[in-house]
Design a protein around this ligand. Structure first.
Ligand code: HEM
Length: 374
């Protein structure tokens, strides 16, 4: 597709697909032409689903400038590499505690034992959720992830998830209010104190951001960790090289992000007619930028099918590009580096169980497995 149909119109789904690295990057760098403000159809907003679509209005990933610039400026302070680096000792501790549980059990299902709980606990602590509420938080987080691919009109699933969301929103509303009155050293307290467009963020806006973090930050990191295990299993030479020299872990993590990116694509909406590779896309069309295809573009990555843990430079698109570049990238990288380092030291002969069932996520936009017995 990159060579013959780099701009491909899928008539059935009415979607324009972009496959080349240069087109993905230039699209994501141009929010004036390619908007992120993609909302559910008006009909969905009138129904019971309005409950879900209401938080989408405060979802940073759906914002365009200037609203996006202001909002991002406020929340990004909590995600600077320096702020995130301070979490390293806790990430070590959480990983070791989770692996103590595995050692005591004598067996490991990689996703449920380490890859899923680690990012959920880290985000819960970042937000300031107390340990006694962690289990409820985990249920909410998983429900959000499961429902992120619900189709409008899927009443059965909506009826199941909406009571859980109502419980979560009520909890977070009270939590925001409590932190607004008595701030502590956590992200929710921080968000209650900062100003946005000359005013304070209200509880609904904070709630929308927190919900976005739960969706955007949990499953992706879980999948990255699982994908790293899959890559190392497929490439025993790379696994041996890392065990011999753990300083290769950061560049290995980058190569996993390139080779098996957790999100395969992002969506944009054209605000005006635009021409790419001599193909004209009309105004108000949905465009898919295939991050996974950009990551395999021969023009950018020599020998892209080769899993090369020393690849340099490695300007992969797993975290996107431009104003919406993943705010959680420093956190995801830190978690992956620490967790994989400890894991390989404590369980150096770890391997995926031969013949074990690895159930893939159903969504074409999520690239990873739900279970990984090792
Ligand atoms: C945005 C991927 C981890 C929070 C994005 C985008 C991508 C991405 C591709 C851009 C979406 C777009 O342009 O439409 C990933 C991957 C991760 C990861 C692959 C892990 C390996 C995290 C974590 C957090 C997070 C740990 C937070 C704790 C966000 C947020 C945005 C975002 C809030 C929206 C930023 C904006 O719109 O300005 N992520 N992400 N992500 N990510 Fe991540």
């Amino acid at each position: 597709m990159r060579e013959q149909s780099p701009v491909y119109y899928d008539e059935q789904h009415r979607l324009w697909n972009l496959f080349r690295y240069e087109d993905v990057v230039s699209t994501l760098a141009d929010p004036a032409t390619f908007s992120s403000h993609i909302m559910p159809p008006a009909s969905a907003q009138d129904s019971e689903e309005s409950f879900l679509s209401s938080w989408l209005k405060g979802d940073i990933t759906k914002m365009d400038p200037p609203q996006h610039r202001h909002f991002r400026g406020l929340v990004s302070q909590a995600f600077t590499p320096r702020a995130i680096e301070q979490m390293a000792p806790r990430i070590h501790e959480i990983t070791n505690t989770l692996l103590d549980g595995v050692a005591a059990k004598g067996e490991m299902e990689f996703v449920s034992d380490l890859a899923a709980p680690l990012p959920i606990i880290v985000i819960a602590e970042l937000l300031g959720v107390p340990p006694e509420d962690r289990d409820r938080f985990k249920i909410w987080s998983n429900t959000l992830i499961d429902s992120s691919s619900v189709q409008p009109g899927d009443k059965a699933t909506l009826n199941k998830v909406i009571p859980i969301f109502k419980e979560m929103f009520a909890y977070l509303q009270d939590f925001c209010q409590a932190r607004r009155e008595h701030p502590r050293n956590d992200l929710i307290s921080h968000l209650t104190q900062v100003e946005f467009e000359g005013r304070m963020l209200n509880n609904d806006e904070i709630l929308a951001f927190v919900t976005t973090l739960l969706v955007a930050g949990n499953i992706t990191t879980t999948i990255l960790l699982g994908n790293a295990i899959v890559c190392l299993n497929e490439h025993p030479d790379a696994a041996e090289a890392i065990k011999a020299d753990p300083s290769l872990i950061p560049s290995m993590v980058e190569e996993v992000l390139r080779y098996r990116p957790p999100f395969t694509a992002t969506m944009r909406l054209t605000t005006k007619e635009v021409t790419i590779q001599e193909v004209t896309i009309p105004e108000r069309q949905m465009v898919i930028t295939w991050l996974i295809s950009a990551n395999y573009d021969e023009q950018q990555f020599p020998d892209p099918e080769h899993f090369d843990i020393r690849r340099h430079p490695n300007r992969h698109q797993a975290f996107g590009h431009g104003i919406h570049f993943c705010i959680g990238a420093p956190l995801a990288r830190l978690e992956a580096r620490i967790a994989l380092d400890i894991l390989l030291k404590r369980f150096p002969s770890l391997q995926i169980q031969p013949g074990a069932r690895q159930e893939a996520h159903a969504s074409p936009f999520i690239n990873g497995v739900k279970t990984l017995p090792v």
